[in-house]
Ligand binder design. Sequence first.
Ligand code: ADE
Length: 354
Amino acid sequence: MNISDVLVRWYAKHKRHLPWRETSDPYLIWVSEVILQQTRVNQGIDYYYRFVERFPDVGSLARASLDEVLKSWQGLGYYTRARNLHKAAGKVWFEHGGKFPDNYDGLRQLPGVGPYTASAIASFCFDEPVAVVDGNVGRVLSRLLGIYTPINGSQGRKKLQEEAGRMINRADPATHNQAIIEFGALQCTPSHPECGTCPFKDICHAYLNDKVEWLPVKMPKKQKRHRFFHYLEIHRNGYLYMHQRNERDIWNALYQFPLIESDRELTTGELEKTPEWKQVFNNLHPRITAVSPIYRHTLTHQKIHARFIRIHLGGSNIHLDENYRAVSTQELQELAVPRLIDKYLEQENYGKNG
Ligand code: ADE
């Protein structure tokens, strides 16, 4: 038996029954793979059901507004993925008459569809023998074959793609790909892999050479950029002021409280002296009624340190920035907000009855 045969046999015995394994509809496979890039399988199942209930096919996703799609992505974070889903659905629906590209090269033309997702869809739905390489597969191959090139660098990725391509079972690429992903998720796990019961015990480079803990090799991540957000949670007459982000920056199109950003943390005294504060409040008399602890939120290349300043404004006939939208706490529930703000709202009980 070759490696693929062993994987496939292992898979038949150990595989989990997951909803996206019961279909070969490329739309459903695509949605599941994008969700799984974002979250673990157990949590992914709930999001998957929720998402496909709301958007059961590519047409419903294409015709929905971006706001709706972002809102239903809430909790998963990394909204670029949701934006790309929406954009790609539009392309499939309006340019391809609703029919998904049925091969790797065609799929790669869709926004946000990289080598991994295109291989997954092409193999699972169309039996194209293209190998998936994600973190699971990278770990399995680097241990099994003794690959010491960092798996998160371009050289390592290329090497893994070659090895995975050599290994794939051309007669049944779909099962092979599912099997190797599942093997990485359940047997050859990042820490405490189950080497004792592993079917590759006799040939695994890492196991035979006592290198399991050293593989895969990863390059250190780039230093993150630190940003300091001071959110102004302005209350007036039962309304809150929200503002839709529209810069070329993180969280485009999501809603947030009016923001003062700086390159270090500011005290409320310092905040009140900033030109931004003076511009927001002009001649009004804001009353600070609470200051939150710091909320930290990590993104791919950035680390956000946020504080929420609760402010009450009295008076009538006042004019804040025309781009701010006054919303009730009820309406607030309908807006798509960054995960960071969602966490704060949850903490402060801006729930359904808030
Ligand atoms: N992770 C990524 N893709 C997956 C899949 N198809 N099944 C289980 N876990 C996965």
